[in-house]
Ligand binder design. Structure first.
Ligand SMILES: Nc1ncnc2c1ncn2[C@@H]1O[C@H](COP(=O)(O)OP(=O)(O)O)[C@@H](O)[C@H]1O
Ligand SMILES: [Mg+2]
Length: 252
C-alpha cells in the first residue's frame, strides 16, 4: 500500500506518450528513465542546475505523502503549490521493513517550515511542543545553517527515510563534513537517505549510489568519476590556473 511506511527499493516511471512534450515529462532525465533503484543507505542525485533533481525529489516525496513544501508527514501547510504532477505517473516499491520516521527537506521552503512549527506550538496547549524535537529554539531565531543543523541533529531519529534537497546550501565546509558523520550514525540506526547535492564533500559517503543527471539523461557514477568531484579537485589543486582560465574568459 502506498502509505505503508517502508524503505525505498525503486521508483518506476510510467509516463503517457501524450504528455511527453510538456514539463516535467520533457526533462532529459525522464526521456529514457524507466526505473531508479535506491541504495539501502544513501542515494545521491547530482547534476547541473535545471536538469530536474528537485522535480524528481518532489515527485517521490509527494507520492510518499510528504508535503511538497517540505517537512514531515504531519505538516500540511501549502503556501504556493508549485510542484509538478509527476507523482501521478510513478510507482515507488518499498520493502516490508517498517519505518517510523521521515522528512522531506526542500531548501527553499525551510522558512515556511519554521513558521509552521511556531504556529502549531501556539495552537496546542497540551503535550510536548513540536519545537522540542527540533532542539527547542525557534528556527527563526537561528541562522539558516544553525536551523538546518538543529533539525538534522535533533529531529531525525534514524528509523526512517530522509529526502534532502541541497542540504549543504546553508552549511560551512566543516559542517558538511560533520554531516557525513551524522549520516553514518543515522544509517547505523536504520536511516535511508535520498540526497540531491552540489557538494563534493557531502557526496562522499561511501555506502551509496550516485546518479548523475545530464542533458543526455541519467548515469550511475562512482564518486571519483563524477564531474562534481573532478571539477572541484581541479579548482582546489590549482586555483591560480583555474582562475586564469575563468577570468580570461570573462575578459573576452
Ligand atoms: N512549474 C514549472 N513549469 C515549467 N518548467 C518548470 C517548472 N518548474 C521547474 N521547471 C523547469 O524544470 C527544470 C528542472 O527544474 P528543477 O527540477 O528545479 O532542477 P534542479 O533541481 O536540477 O536544478 C528547470 O529548467 C526549470 O526551469
Ligand atoms: Mg533543485
Amino acid at each position: 500500500m502506498r502509505d505503508q511506511p517502508g524503505y525505498l527499493l525503486e521508483v518506476n516511471f510510467d509516463i503517457p506518450q501524450e504528455l511527453r512534450q510538456s514539463y516535467p515529462y520533457n526533462l532529459p532525465v525522464l526521456r529514457t528513465l524507466k526505473t531508479l533503484k535506491f541504495h539501502p543507505s544513501v542515494t545521491y542525485i547530482i547534476g547541473e542546475n535545471g536538469l530536474g533533481k528537485s522535480t524528481l525529489m518532489e515527485a517521490i516525496a509527494v507520492y510518499l505523502g510528504f508535503n511538497p513544501e517540505g517537512g514531515s508527514k504531519n505538516f500540511n501547510f501549502n503556501t504556493y503549490a508549485s510542484h509538478s504532477a509527476l507523482h501521478e505517473h510513478i510507482r515507488v516499491a518499498k520493502s516490508h521493513r517498517r519505518i517510523s520516521d521521515g522528512f522531506f527537506l526542500r531548501g527553499e521552503s525551510f522558512y515556511n517550515l519554521a513558521s509552521e512549527i511556531e504556529a502549531l506550538d501556539k495552537g496546542s496547549s497540551y503535550g510536548g511542543k513540536v519545537i522540542d524535537s527540533y532542539g527547542g529554539i525557534s528556527l527563526h531565531e537561528l541562522s539558516h545553517g544553525e536551523s538546518f543543523w538543529a533539525l538534522f541533529m535533533n529531529r531525525f531519529s534514524g528509523s526512517g527515510i530522509y529526502l534532502l534537497d541541497e542540504p549543504e546550501s546553508a552549511l560551512s565546509v566543516q559542517r558538511q563534513m560533520a554531516m557525513l558523520s551524522r549520516i553514518h550514525q543515522l544509517v547505523g540506526k536504520g536511516a535511508q537517505f535520498l540526497i540531491a547535492t552540489h557538494s563534493p564533500i557531502l557526496l562522499a559517503y561511501p555506502d551509496s549510489i550516485i546518479y548523475q543527471l545530464s542533458t543526455e539523461g541519467i548515469e550511475h557514477k562512482k564518486y571519483q568519476e563524477t564531474e562534481l568531484f573532478s571539477i572541484s579537485k581541479a579548482f582546489i589543486n590549482d586555483p591560480d590556473r583555474m582562475l586564469s582560465i575563468l577570468l580570461q574568459q570573462s575578459d573576452d
